[in-house]
Design a protein around this ligand. Sequence first.
Ligand SMILES: [Fe+2]
Ligand SMILES: [Fe+2]
Length: 162
Amino acid sequence: VNEKETLIAWLNDAHAMEVQLQKVLESQITHAEGHNDVRAKLEEHLDQTKHHAELVEQCVNQLGGSTSALKSGMSNVMGMVQGMSTGTAKDTMIKDALAAYGSESFEIACYTALLEAANMVGESQVANVCRQILNDETKMKEWLEQNLPTVVRMEMTQMVTA
Ligand SMILES: [Fe+2]
Ligand SMILES: [Fe+2]
């Protein structure tokens, strides 16, 4: 396996992760019913996540590979994160926020690694895509960090008044 094949394999993992995260975000949007600002942010990041999947797929194709969900073990990792939230408890949004924070951190780690690998192989276009995606993930992580206390207060207040 040469460096380019390794890069393709990692991009495939990233693609599977972005596809999986679309499902996670869709369920988080459902859980955020009635919380319009949270929903709006999740919907914005869902659009970005769909775009990430497309961008990464284009990178794979440009390198002469093809995306396949079967090739990836990464989607199982994201399934684990998704498994944190059952959707039945009153603290679902808090658990979603924790899972989302974990997902964004994981994405940041993945694209930081991919950026370095793309630079090493001399694939500057792939590197540019990684930088662009990293920017979205970093902003989402920052939003989650800033808004986590608000989500906790919202859900705790609902529990107290329920
Ligand atoms: Fe993403
Ligand atoms: Fe993300």
